[in-house]
Design a binder for this molecule. Sequence first.
Ligand code: IPD
Ligand code: CA
Ligand code: CA
Length: 270
Amino acid sequence: MNLMTTSNLTTQLLHTATTLARQAGAMALEGRRNGLQNVQTKSTATDMVTEFDKASEVMIVQGLESMRPDDAIIGEEGASHSGTSGITWHIDPIDGTTNFLYALPTWAVSIGAVDEQGPIAGAVYIPALDEMFFATRGGGAFCNGAPIRCNPLDDVSKALVCTGFSYAADQRTLQATRVARFIHQVRDIRRFGAASIDMCFVACGRFDAYFEENLHSWDIAAGDLIAREAGCQTGDFEGNAIRPAQVLVSPPQIFRQLSTLILASSARDR
Ligand code: IPD
Ligand code: CA
Ligand code: CA
């Protein structure tokens, strides 16, 4: 018989996520300050990976193996473990590697725990800002321990909208063209370069909304939970369940308005 209650389990998962995100983030920040030795490319000539992406993932996986040995793990840099507990960890060891490479502060360690109902606990740690965003399902969202909420915006024309562009050059051109078609109908557009941070920044009101295509589970597992627990609506562009291929995060009042702008701008490509 499993004697762990749901709330004990959630607390333990959150503790695990925040502990390992902070530990790996501190290691990568210190390493970055001492200089990069090994920078390589992955899916395209602009999709970079450093020794610290790999070291961060190794540190997190070793921590999970010791703290939660029965859980499954999926990591961007190749970690793939099966488990028996029903919990799967989705790890982005450095989200925003291009920012990391350029010593910009907006990169994060993103760790989300998912069960059969979706994300249950997640942490996004931004080492250069020493900001720990975290949430548990039904338990609210927080930044450095203080509760966070998205902006109560009801007019998309006043929205500061963040987006991201794919590493594939042809897709990026298409995505930028779509944005150009509606940029005059929102307050402005931002491209920060780390999907997990983009979602957390909507959650705490630093952006009003965020959308992007072609992400992966490790980009969104933690950020989706943090955003929803902060009052956001998350989904695909049609308003169905969020999926890495299509991510839209906004206050519920403008979700449909923004979705209409994105879909209308995309329809002209078909
Ligand atoms: C990337 C960042 C970026 C987004 C890309 C992601 P990475 O993650 O989140 O903002 O536009 O689609 O792949 O490669 O830095 O972990
Ligand atoms: Ca990422
Ligand atoms: Ca990454």
